[in-house]
Write a protein that binds this ligand. Structure first.
Ligand code: SAM
Ligand code: SF4
Ligand code: SF4
Length: 335
């Protein structure tokens, strides 16, 4: 039975993003800069990660409280050993209507079929540019564009399409990728989602000047390929959708900085070690692992935490306010 819970601003709980690892084989400069995530960086030890059974217990508790959409994320989720098994276990939970996974694509070509067979229906692949110099500088490990494009094709061939392609746009770094990506993916059925560079965490050196506002992204595309806004697929969808006027498909923009959408934010996040966060920009979370391992009912904790939630960070952020808090990192919480 589903017992709907609402937070202090009347928002229900609908989506869960569960991180399965804090590790990644990329060092995207906007997420895990090498200076911070270097060879000496200490990632979570294995015994501190939630096991698959524990994750299933957590997901079930969320589903009983109204969650229907689950996104598996990371770090890089495909680095987690046996990820296909977890996908199968989560897909089998009654009430999980939409199960997706966000990946950098590096291991997807070889795992797409197994993931689809396990019950994954869709996948989001991150790709920030179509030219190697820009993409390699952004992932900072020299990973080539061609391998991510192959992964997208493999995902589509395995039935995981249409693929959503996440492209984080940083002013002065990959602005030119906006038109490249639009041109490349038009007519393929895949949906590029341009994401404003966000001030998540405290290590990526975020400045408002680095943000290319969604309005500029849209103008750039619209000049070349006219766009028409289309309604959201469901209430609270983070991306604003546009279709190409000539029928060549659609794109989305995720304007978390310039057009915040906290009012409809129904997302909870659980880190790989089982900490529940009610906002991407949270400074603190609530441990679920300890209670879980002590045999306590995590459902009651989720009820309590969600009922007291009043987060609306993006709506109250001001561009030049100095940070007084140390928020959690994107690679830890998973986006
Ligand atoms: N490693 C996987 C990947 O890159 O797809 C999943 C985790 S990653 C943290 C999830 C998404 O967050 C990616 O699409 C990534 O581009 C995005 N992201 C990371 N840091 C960001 C930032 N500072 N601003 C906006 N998006 C960011
Ligand atoms: Fe890794 Fe994804 Fe972060 Fe890039 S955005 S460093 S691929 S977790
Ligand atoms: Fe949700 Fe927090 Fe993002 Fe607002 S800032 S949309 S509350 S995650």
């Amino acid at each position: 039975m589903v017992m709907q819970v609402q937070d202090r601003l009347g928002r229900p709980l609908r989506d869960l993003r569960i991180s399965v690892t804090d590790r990644c084989n990329f060092r995207c400069t906007y997420c895990m800069p090498k200076e911070v995530f270097g060879p000496d960086h200490r990632f979570l030890p294995r015994d501190q990660l939630l096991g698959f059974e524990e994750m299933v217990t957590v997901v079930r508790a969320f589903v009983e409280r109204g969650v229907t959409k689950v996104r598996i994320t990371g770090g890089e989720p495909l680095l987690r050993k046996g990820i296909e098994k977890l996908v199968g276990m989560v897909a089998a939970i009654d009430g999980v209507e939409d199960l997706t996974l966000t990946t950098n694509g590096s291991l997807l070509a070889r795992k797409a079929e197994a993931l689809a067979a396990a019950g994954l229906r869709r996948v989001t692949v991150s790709l920030d540019a179509l030219d190697d110099p820009t993409f390699m500088a952004m992932n900072d490990v020299g990973f080539p564009v061609s391998a991510v494009l192959e992964a997208i094709d493999a995902a589509a061939a395995a039935g995981l399409g249409p693929v959503k392609v996440n492209c984080v746009v940083k002013r002065g770094v990959n602005e030119h990728a906006v038109l490249d990506m639009a041109r490349h993916f038009r007519g393929t059925g895949h949906i590029v989602r341009f994401i404003e560079f966000m001030d998540v965490g405290s290590t990526n050196g975020w400045r408002m000047d680095d943000v290319l506002p969604a309005s500029e992204i849209l103008e750039t595309i619209h000049r070349e390929f006219p766009l028409v806004e289309i309604p959201p697929n469901y209430p609270g969808e983070v991306a604003t959708r546009y279709r190409y006027a000539d029928g060549a498909g659609e794109i989305g923009v995720i304007a978390s900085v310039t057009r915040p959408f906290c009012g409809t934010c129904t997302r909870a996040r659980v880190s790989a070690e089982g900490v529940l966060y009610t906002c991407l920009f949270a400074v603190a979370g609530t441990d679920l692992r300890g209670p879980l391992r002590a045999g306590e009912d995590v459902g009651e904790i989720i009820d309590r935490v969600w009922a007291s939630r009043a987060d609306r960070y993006s709506e109250i952020r001001t561009a030049n306010t100095p940070r007084r808090r140390i928020p959690v990192e994107m690679s830890y919480i998973g986006g």
